[in-house]
Design a binder for this molecule. Structure first.
Ligand SMILES: Nc1ncnc2c1ncn2[C@@H]1O[C@H](COP(=O)(O)OP(=O)(O)O)[C@@H](O)[C@H]1O
Ligand SMILES: CC(=O)N[C@@H](CCC(=O)OP(=O)(O)O)C(=O)O
Length: 299
């Protein structure tokens, strides 16, 4: 027999304990615009999500799309400006943000998941008032900070066998305003409100790097705080790790920051001993560990 088939069968067999451990788990996956890549990479991501659903996990996809917003704004002659990793969003910009995120990007992901045999439903933070926001910072304009989460719609969708795909656009508390929410912030708020078992933040680096540039495979929340304070964590990694800490405070069991450009990144993290990227886990003794990596004291 061809040896590759034996290896394939062994790989599947080795994944069994991980599949059992995660059965029924809620896994929120943040799919960033930089991690999306070409159609092949999108199709591969979609297969990973469908496989997760097939083995009894409830995947919840929350996406970004910053580079795609930049493209359309550029075509319209509108300049993109960011302050501390967040887009300065005018009334004019927020219309483009909603068109790109709720339209183009959301439906591209929905279509890819459906093509892979899943049943995806695309919504935004506006649907069923999933995410209600207040202005984040006057300097940023129509950028929202989630203050009220109504996640029953997500539970209804995943319990019905569907895969929610969420665009980070939300309603304001007043005047039916539309707010642009950073994708990491939205994914963290959704994972926190769901008390998710895992929040996977897919990005374009292999994880959180320490002082000498090495990727840290497991990080204590206190170490993350120290690395933000001493500048080891900088730029776009600041909102990402702050999101991770907040989500852990809200009851998420563990957050993993990993490279979404690596083939089958989600499967590598969930179903192999190796794992992927940097895992930051809850230190709250009331949050029961589930499916942590081999060798972790909480396993
Ligand atoms: N300690 C660190 N470890 C890893 N990346 C870091 C660190 N400090 C800053 N960064 C930067 O953060 C970036 C990831 O944030 P960002 O580009 O906003 O991701 P995304 O677009 O996927 O949301 C990396 O590409 C890297 O340049
Ligand atoms: C407030 C804010 O910055 N919103 C983001 C929303 C998209 C996003 O977060 O996309 P990525 O995950 O691909 O970066 C933006 O306008 O770019």
């Amino acid at each position: 027999m061809n040896r590759d088939w034996i290896a394939t069968a062994r790989t599947l067999s080795e994944a069994l304990p991980y599949m059992q451990r995660y059965s029924g788990a809620v896994v929120v996956v943040k799919f960033g615009g930089n991690a999306m890549g070409d159609d092949d990479a999108m199709a591969e991501f979609a297969r990973d999500i469908v496989l997760m659903k097939q083995v009894g996990i409830h995947p919840v996809v929350c996406h970004g799309g910053g580079p795609m917003i930049n493209d359309l704004l550029g075509k319209l002659g509108i300049e993109s400006r960011f302050v501390r990793g967040k887009r300065v969003t005018t009334r004019e910009t927020v219309e483009v943000v909603e068109m790109v995120l709720s339209g183009l990007v959301n439906k591209r992901i929905v279509q890819a998941i459906n093509d892979a045999g899943g049943r995806a439903v695309g919504i935004s933070g506006k649907d069923d008032d999933l995410m209600v926001c207040e202005p984040d910072d006057p300097e940023l304009g129509f950028v929202g900070r989630p203050v009220e989460m109504n996640v029953q719609i997500i539970r209804d969708l995943y319990n019905a066998g569907l895969i929610p795909v969420i665009a980070p656009v939300a309603t304001g508390m007043e005047d039916n305003e539309t707010f642009n929410v950073n994708g990491d912030t939205a994914a963290g708020a959704i994972a926190g409100a769901l008390r998710a078992d895992r929040l996977l933040l897919l990005t374009d680096v292999s994880g959180v790097k320490g002082g000498s540039g090495e990727v840290l495979t497991q990080i204590h929340p206190d170490q993350v705080r120290a690395m933000i304070a001493d500048g080891t964590i900088a730029g776009g990694m600041i909102p990402k790790t702050e999101t991770a800490l907040k989500a852990l405070d809200e009851g998420v069991r563990a957050v993993v920051i990993l490279d979404g450009r690596v083939p089958n990144a989600c499967l590598l993290e969930l179903f192999t001993e190796h794992g992927a990227g940097s895992l930051i886990r809850s230190t709250d003794p009331r949050v029961k560990p589930r499916g942590l990596r081999q060798g972790d004291s909480g396993l």
